[in-house]
Ligand binder design. Structure first.
Ligand code: GLV
Length: 341
């Protein structure tokens, strides 16, 4: 009977699928990030491992598991927590969980952050709860409109596209984007990605630009690239200095893509209007130990969410089922749908 180890309690759909296959499924019982020692113990002798994005799956973990380990089915889109080379060396399959649900959830969260920044929702909530609202005033908590503004998308994958789709259809925004390569299909035929059927360059105005131009022109900069050695600190001092003082930065991708120390300094100097972060450079810590007096949480124009962009009931169930499907395929000798190369 194949053995599966899950490093944290996840929604039940996938667990049920694995149990229906009569696999022996064990789940780390505490609702906490699994300690390293428990991870090394838990993986021993398993055929499949289902980790979450906070678990570092490296050669030591693979060694502790043993030669029978066939698949690591990550409960995330990102796989930066897994040493892919070490897995490849041992011919262990690695999959992620990139179903359509997570793409929409992250795009929605990105928009929620964009709207909350522009309309100062978190500040307004605090203000109201603090009993500071003493009657309507023409100048209370003035924000900025999103409608018709320019959105700069850094990384036009499926999530970047889903954000663009909302921006164009819902908010009449102009889209500029940057990625490794220009995507002519996106520019010419937006509908190919599920956008409005009558889409096209004229209607959507999506333009490919270099990163510097994007940063100079965008009113909102939204990051959707994976975390790779090449994207570490993609947004640092120079890049933040290029942004307009009225522009906002949104990061729902991975923390280290933004140099947080540089961001704190840019906020302090009012080089940008604000930022919304769902991910942090030294996660789970909100601030890295940068021996500085600046802290993200001290800025009213910063919104922080605890890596919850995909945290909806629908998405987390779907991710559970996707991870299980990947495991079942691998253990049955088939190629899982979400292989990561
Ligand atoms: C979340 O950050 C994910 O990669 O799924």
């Amino acid at each position: 009977m194949p053995k599966v180890f899950i490093t944290r309690q996840i929604p039940d759909q996938g667990i049920k699928m694995l149990k229906d296959k009569k696999y022996s499924v064990s789940v780390y019982p505490k609702d906490e990030i699994i300690p390293r020692a428990a991870l090394l113990k838990g993986v021993k002798g398993v055929d499949a491992l289902l980790p979450i994005l906070t678990d570092h799956i490296d050669a030591e973990v693979l060694e502790a598991a043993g030669a029978q380990l066939k698949i690591i089915a990550n409960y995330a889109i990102g796989t930066d927590n897994i040493d892919l080379q070490a897995c490849q060396k041992r011919k262990i399959l690695v999959t992620n969980a990139p179903g359509p649900e997570i793409v929409q959830s992250v795009a929605e969260h990105t928009f929620a952050l964009m709207l909350a920044l522009a309309h100062r929702i978190v500040e307004a909530d605090k203000f109201t709860r603090a009993g500071k609202y003493r009657g309507w005033g023409p100048q209370i908590l003035l924000g900025t409109d999103v409608y018709g503004k320019t959105l700069g998308i850094v990384g036009l994958g499926r999530i970047g596209f889903a954000v663009a789709d909302r921006a164009v259809k819902g908010f009449g925004m102009q889209i500029i984007y940057h990625d490794k390569e220009r995507d002519l299909k996106f520019e010419r035929d937006f509908s190919a990605y599920g956008g409005s059927a009558s889409g096209g360059e004229k209607q959507y105005g999506a333009r490919f630009v270099d990163l510097s131009t994007l940063l100079k022109q965008a009113d909102f900069v939204s990051l959707h690239v994976p975390f790779l050695p090449s994207t570490r600190h993609l947004i640092s001092t120079r890049e933040l200095a290029l942004m307009k003082p009225t522009a906002f930065l949104i990061n729902t991708a991975r923390g280290p893509i933004v140099d947080e120390k540089a961001l704190l300094q840019a906020l302090e100097k009012k080089q940008i209007a604000g930022a919304a972060l769902d991910v942090f450079e030294c996660e789970p810590s909100i601030d890295c130990d940068i021996s500085d007096h600046l802290e993200l949480k001290s800025f009213d124009n910063v919104i922080l969410t605890p890596h919850t962009a995909s945290a909806t009931v629908e998405t987390r169930q779907a991710m559970s089922a996707t991870a299980a499907q990947n495991i079942i395929a691998a253990l049955e000798g088939e190629t899982p749908s979400n292989l990561v190369k």
